[in-house]
Ligand binder design. Structure first.
Ligand code: ATP
Ligand code: MG
Length: 271
């Protein structure tokens, strides 16, 4: 039996509105994602992307349908299962500055998840922080800095170090690289591709930047008004049929980037 890393099965999310109406933010979403692969979720603002991943993160209850992770349905987990699940899946947000405590040093920011799970061996904090900083290509000395003493790209690397310190199997990025300039975005893309290969990580990326998605993902789903209107192999984005996807893609194909030079298929053996 093939247990997908993540499987959304007819997932719906309805929000009650103050006027008594109901907003259907996600409509019968079905997606499968294999272990060690990356899914890109694109779509216009308000199409339901964040709502979908918030259900996956167990930050929002599911209205209808099921989400399975490694074959286990996530909505009805007991406390112990939920705790293990929170270790298994981590999220990186758009603005790490907002997510970090400004009074905490980088070493404490990176080790906090371990501390919260009672997994931080006494006296090992600096060793662990240093090792994870190296993993995201930052100098070990950065452990003594505060968030405001780093650039946006460096902070995003610290956010990634913090997200992987619990050795999760799945990482979710919600617009995590949108605010970074293209060269920083590229270097983070390479870093994530390397980590994925090394640790067989499964990624979900929400991004407005279709070029970034194409660089990073094996599969892309396009959301429109709460529904998936198209699912594409990242290698064959130009096969898109839905008018909305065509508009979304026109920007990159117009400038003749049929083959993105940054595509991870240029990193030997990535795909
Ligand atoms: N807690 C909530 N209560 C009511 N409506 C909500 C809630 N959260 C989200 N929504 C609505 O659900 C819809 C989908 O929102 P969502 O945040 O998932 O969109 P998105 O695709 O992530 O958009 P963006 O690209 O702007 O981040 C929107 O219309 C939003 O207003
Ligand atoms: Mg969003």
């Amino acid at each position: 039996m093939n247990n997908y890393a993540v499987e959304f099965k007819d997932v719906c999310k309805r929000f009650p509105l103050p006027n008594g109406d109901t907003l259907e933010a996600c409509k019968s979403i079905s997606i499968t994602l294999e272990k060690g692969k990356s899914l890109g979720i694109v779509g216009e603002s308000g199409s339901g992307k964040t709502t979908l991943v918030r259900m996956l993160m167990k930050m929002l209850p599911i209205s209808e349908g099921e989400i399975y992770v490694d074959g286990v349905e996530i909505q009805h987990m007991n406390r112990e299962q939920t705790r293990a699940y929170r270790q298994k899946i981590q999220m990186v947000f758009q603005d790490p500055m907002a997510a970090f405590n400004p009074r905490m040093k980088v070493k404490d920011i990176i080790c906090e998840p371990l501390y919260n799970f009672g997994l931080l061996p006494k006296g090992r904090e600096e060793q662990i922080a240093g090792d994870y900083l190296e993993m995201v290509d930052l100098p070990r000395e950065f452990m003594h800095r505060y968030p405001h003493e780093m650039s946006g790209g460096q902070r995003q690397r610290v956010a990634i170090a913090r997200a992987i310190v619990l050795e999760p199997e799945i990482l979710v990025f919600d617009e995590a690289t949108s605010a970074l300039d293209v060269s920083v975005q590229d270097s983070i893309a390479y870093l994530l591709a390397r980590l994925q290969k090394k640790c067989n990580l499964t990624y979900l990326f929400i991004a407005h930047d279709i070029a970034f998605i194409r660089t990073m993902c094996h599969k892309v789903v396009v959301m429109y008004k709460g529904a998936i209107v198209e699912e594409l192999d990242a290698f064959h984005l130009s096969d898109a049929q839905h008018p909305y996807t065509k508009v979304l893609l026109s920007s990159i194909f117009e400038i003749g980037q049929e083959h993105n030079p940054l595509s991870m298929d240029t990193v030997a053996g990535y795909k």
